[in-house]
Write a protein that binds this ligand. Sequence first.
Ligand SMILES: *Cc1c(COP(=O)(O)O)cnc(C)c1O
Length: 495
Amino acid sequence: MKHLTRKATRHVNQNEGLIFEKSSPGKAAWKLAPLDVPEVDTQELLGAAERKDLGLMPEVSEIEIIRHFTRLSTWNYAIDLGMYPLGSCTMKYNPRVNEVVSRLEGLANGHPYQPEKISQGALRILKTLSECLIEITGMDAITLQPAAGAHGEMTGLLMVRAYHEAKGAARKKILIPDSAHGTNPATAAMVGYGVENLKSNEHGMVDIAALAAQMNEDVAALMLTNPNTLGVFEQEIHKIADLIHAKGGLLYMDGANMNALVGKVRPGDFGVDVMHLNLHKTFSTPHGGGGPGSGPVAIKKILEPFLPKPVVVTKSDGTLAFAYDRPQSVGRVRAYYGNFGMFIRALAYILANGPDGLRQTTEDAVLNANYIRKELEGVFDLPYSTPSMHEVVFSDKLQAKKGVKTMDIAKRLIDYGFHPYTTAFPLIVPGALMIEPTESEPKEEMDLFIEAMKSIAAEVEEDPQIALTAPHTTRVSRLDETTAARKPILRWKPA
Ligand SMILES: *Cc1c(COP(=O)(O)O)cnc(C)c1O
């Protein structure tokens, strides 16, 4: 295994059995000076709230507790440790300037119930971010309320539904290509629509003839992930938009993959009526275990009356305020105004980059994905030869001949010190390996990743068992992923 370039020693711990059993009676992480004020009756002060029996609280010294939590933190993989090529998730670096700005006292301590008069700065942030995102997407208006991408999808489709209902012609179906993100059909079903599947052509794009045949006056919208989950841009997007609009339908774009488009093209210019963004992908706010999401929905004028309320407006005296009198609004979709901390981070990112920086980001994201594609083509099967945007999708066809599947390769990648790519998605590629490096990866890190992938492919030829039994360097090997997701055990309990 001479190729083990960066063995994940950080995951290994020799003293596993001793890790949690640290407590010994009488130890404490603090020591207070003797009282020089009169003692207070805590019973009187706290009443029933006073807790006398601390149960099984561990008794440890300061260094023990520091080591405990520091050790736990090293058991996680994070973008701050290395490349995180989880396709579709855009796991990019979260610049520290975002954190600095979001911690400014006036912002961090702001409260949603604070009067508008003393919230002008916060309102200005909502307004400026909205304006930036409207400019980037080429749309007319936006809501920042939704707390995630899928939540944005739901909000967008609620507006689509309200739009058709207001016209007196409720429609029943949403068309969704088989290359769409999995949340799209789920969202359409939640909003009460029937879902009709649209087959992709051999280039991994919407089949225009099939779309023309399936489009009719019962279709409320086409829900299009663009670039789609193959990392392919819909080259006939204008034709698609025209076909939908000709029958009175709307074009919904899942814009979670905007990392491939920002600064280059604007969905509003190619016929999109409604779309969501993922601030926690494209605009560098932390996600996964790192923080809450944010999924703003941008719309064209025709949908404006249906925006969630309240919306931010400028009053005649120039100050900003929330407007609630919106009779056609789909209502509130989130407590307060959305994940405000994420708005600050996204705005900091946008302003720090500026228009040229954002464009460069997009170009680098696409360049990086294509670098990996070029280096690994032939080592792994490439099912679609259409140009890649920000991510590249291989299949495990070559390795499957030895019985090794995409999941096994992903598990082996952990031994090499990388987070796995996305496995078995998109569904239209059997045994998919979906790789998205993002623009933040230096060439040196991508070269290590490429070397690791080539090394795994070579191992599979020599001894498939290595991958089939991977990972070998982690604290635990393969877990029951369904149980881990459905019935997670999140707390250690004494034996
Ligand atoms: C991530 C993603 C979503 C869902 O976003 P969440 O914030 O996870 O709800 C939807 N569509 C695409 C294309 C995505 O990549």
